[in-house]
Design a protein around this ligand. Structure first.
Ligand SMILES: Cc1cc2nc3c(=O)[nH]c(=O)nc-3n(C[C@H](O)[C@H](O)[C@H](O)COP(=O)(O)OP(=O)(O)OC[C@H]3O[C@@H](n4cnc5c(N)ncnc54)[C@H](O)[C@@H]3O)c2cc1C
Length: 434
């Protein structure tokens, strides 16, 4: 993407403000600075690609535990058998060959912040990677409730891959009268509409397969539906009436994977056929070595994504915490991780060429939620950097300001949105990985 295209994207993503002057790339005359990125998902792959495109003379090493990335986006349709896992398995070939990124398969173990080094465990032993800037985009880690949770018996399927296949097989084994129990973790968690979307497509699957008397029990730790409440209330009470039972304020107290029993403050279920326990979430393990906020995520400067207390360690995607003017955090989504990655890439290129970060920035998010195997709803959230206000309307500082540019939550559950979901995901996958 050219610099002109970048200007277009950032303007369109936030849609409201013009960009300040574009940064200079890093001069070929200097020794190439080193950027190391941990996590080749939606945040990490994007930041690696855009630093290489915009930065000029910068060496980028992208580290991931896996040889390819399995997308959580669209993964609920793999659970129902409507899509094969291969359709959401994204390789790193283009990042390597078209963008000159060095890929290292391995698990980042520890950060030496004073020495600017990252240690990575690989099949051939530990490697130490020196860096000028380190970007972490390791996704999420889980905080399970008390009890004996074993995800190989009762999958979360909130990180896609083998967990998705396991849940798919368990759903396929359900028969008439069986119960599928799932949880919605307390916010903030990855993909706010995702659990409600899963309840819908599982109910739709059971209905289509003629599993009479089967039901989906949704145990929500939150006091109500956290995203698109009107659309999901319609989906639960009308579209899938009789197939979904919804319980709000259901804090999980214990889980027993052997007996498929879950105890919550609102309801206890024993001997479920499928127990899809999605635990509470926090920053990915490697990011937990940085200071965490009270929710377990890393507070960052939204202009640079530098973690509080550091100068050259950046955290993007689900692991970071970005407060927003409406009191809620910026949502955790793949689209948002991709958007944050571009702001972060821009800030790193500016820092490497002696420029201050751009303050004229915007980020955005979109989630499409299949409700049946032919219809979907969608949600968009958009933010610009600027003054944020207290309850009395007095400026209390700078931050990400939520703006409504006409893509507020839509209650139009329809086939057009289902078709748009594939166009949107194809474009996001390409912008991240190609
Ligand atoms: C069912 C479901 C539906 C969703 N639908 C949508 C949607 O419609 N729209 C949307 O925008 N988002 C959606 N999401 C959310 C989206 O998938 C995540 O928000 C997004 O993947 C976050 O990007 P990330 O870069 O933070 O993490 P990820 O994309 O998860 O990438 C993290 C990567 O880091 C690697 N990693 C972690 N730790 C290490 C380590 N120590 N060393 C090496 N590698 C490591 C992992 O292997 C992984 O590849 C959905 C999620 C789910 C579960």
């Amino acid at each position: 993407m050219s610099q002109f295209d970048r200007r277009q994207f950032l303007k369109l993503a936030g849609a409201l403000s013009a960009m300040a002057a574009l940064p200079k790339g890093v001069s070929a005359a200097t020794v190439a600075p080193r950027v190391v990125v941990v996590g080749a998902g939606f945040g990490g792959a994007t930041v690696a690609k855009y630093i290489r495109m915009w930065g000029g003379n910068v060496k980028v090493t992208l580290v991931d535990a896996n040889p390819n990335h399995v997308s959580c986006i669209l993964s609920n349709l793999v659970v129902t058998g409507d899509l094969p896992l291969s359709s959401i398995t994204l390789n790193f070939n283009s990042l390597k060959t078209n963008h000159g990124i060095t890929f290292m398969q391995g698990t980042a173990l520890s950060i030496d912040a004073a020495g600017n080094k990252l240690t990575v465990s690989t099949k051939t032993g530990n490697k130490v990677l020196p860096y000028d800037h380190l970007v972490l985009s390791p996704g999420i880690d889980f905080v399970p409730a008390a009890g004996t949770w074993n995800p190989t018996l009762t999958p979360h399927a909130w990180v896609a891959g083998s967990q998705t296949t396991l849940l798919k097989n368990q759903l396929a084994a359900m028969r008439s009268g069986d119960t599928f129990v799932m949880t919605v973790p307390a916010a903030p968690y990855r993909c706010p509409p995702g659990p409600y979307e899963r309840a819908c497509v599982v109910a739709d699957y059971l209905k289509r397969k003629g599993r009479t008397g089967a039901k989906v029990i949704v145990l929500d730790a939150n006091s109500g539906i956290t995203a698109e409440p009107e659309a999901f209330t319609e989906a639960f009470e009308v579209t899938h009436a009789g197939w979904i039972e919804y319980y709000p304020s259901a804090t999980v107290e214990s889980v027993d994977s052997n007996t498929k029993t879950i105890v919550t403050s609102a309801k206890t279920v024993s001997n479920a056929k499928v127990l899809n326990y999605i635990p509470k979430q926090r920053a990915g393990i490697i990011a937990q070595s940085l200071p965490l906020n009270s929710s377990g995520f890393v507070a960052v400067n939204p202009l640079t994504y530098v973690a509080d207390g550091f100068t050259n360690i950046h955290v993007i995607g689900d692991s970071c915490a970005v407060p927003a003017s409406d009191g809620k955090g910026v949502p955790k989504s793949g689209h948002m991780a991709n958007s944050e990655a571009k702001v972060c890439a821009d800030a790193i290129v500016r820092a490497l060429s002696g420029q201050a970060p751009d303050e004229d920035i915007a980020t955005s998010s979109a989630c499409f939620s299949p409700i049946t195997n032919t219809t979907a709803s969608w949600l968009s959230a958009n933010f610009i950097y600027g003054d944020i206000f207290d309850v009395n309307g007095v400026v209390k500082g700078k931050g990400m300001h939520r703006v409504d540019i006409g893509e507020a939550p839509s209650n139009n559950i329809n086939q057009d949105s289902f078709e748009d979901m594939y166009k949107w995901s194809e474009s996001l996958f390409a912008d991240t990985f190609i």
